[in-house]
Design a protein around this ligand. Structure first.
Ligand code: SF4
Ligand SMILES: [Mn+2]
Length: 207
């Protein structure tokens, strides 16, 4: 079965949660049911859409409109991603801001790694677009953690690293294409995994 030509950022990031699950999502369109965390996240995203913007931010968003959905072509694939928010550090220097709502104050390290990678991919997608419209990408971006009631918890700085992004995406595309090597996730992930994935999963019975 061949890969779709359009790949979304969340599918790439999911690889680091469970490579098999991301493969099943990309090849067969299997999805996770909506969780409380996701619902809460979408409220934050609605607020971000409506938040007051500076004049400079409005000019930037207008210039970006023709490029929506933001896409970067890589190894014959179209990688699509939509950052939560963009801010201007200087007049024409753009920083990507990713928001995460979390259940408790305990931020797990693996979750912060995924959020960092996700933000790096958004920056990588945007870089050539920004250059075309006369802006530039900042060197540093950020992930902002909010509690489920919207209270600020923590900020995480994220460095732009295009080579690392391309290397990882190449590895992930390779895994999706060949399905090898089988990578076993922590057992608790399988315990939480919806039946729809388990039915097709090649890994969990070997754990
Ligand atoms: S059952 Fe386990 S290995 Fe299989 S897709 Fe789910 S989390 Fe991944
Ligand atoms: Mn987000």
């Amino acid at each position: 079965m061949s890969l779709p030509s359009i790949i979304r950022v969340h599918q790439i990031v999911d690889y680091y949660y469970c490579s098999e699950r991301s493969r099943l999502n990309v090849l067969y369109g299997l999805e996770n049911p909506v969780t409380g965390e996701l619902e809460c996240g979408s409220l934050v995203h609605q607020w971000l859409e409506q938040r007051p913007k500076t004049r400079g931010e409005l000019v930037l968003l207008e210039a970006l409109k023709p490029y929506y959905p933001y896409t970067r072509t890589f190894n014959g694939f179209q990688i699509i991603g939509h950052p939560d928010d963009l801010t201007l550090l200087k007049k024409t220097r753009v920083q990507v801001v990713e928001y995460k709502t979390v259940d408790s104050q305990s931020l797990k390290q693996w979750k912060t790694c995924l959020a960092r990678f996700q933000t790096q991919i958004y920056a990588w997608i945007l870089e050539p677009i920004l250059t075309q419209i006369g802006y530039s990408l900042a060197h540093n971006h950020k992930v902002v953690y909010l509690s489920r009631s919207g209270v600020f918890l923590k900020k995480l700085g994220v460095e732009h690293d295009p080579h690392c992004v391309e290397r990882k995406i190449t590895e992930i595309l390779g895994f999706w294409e060949t399905g090898e090597p089988l990578i076993k996730p922590f057992k608790w992930k399988c315990r939480l995994c919806p039946e729809v994935f388990k039915e097709r999963c090649r890994v969990h019975e070997q754990l």
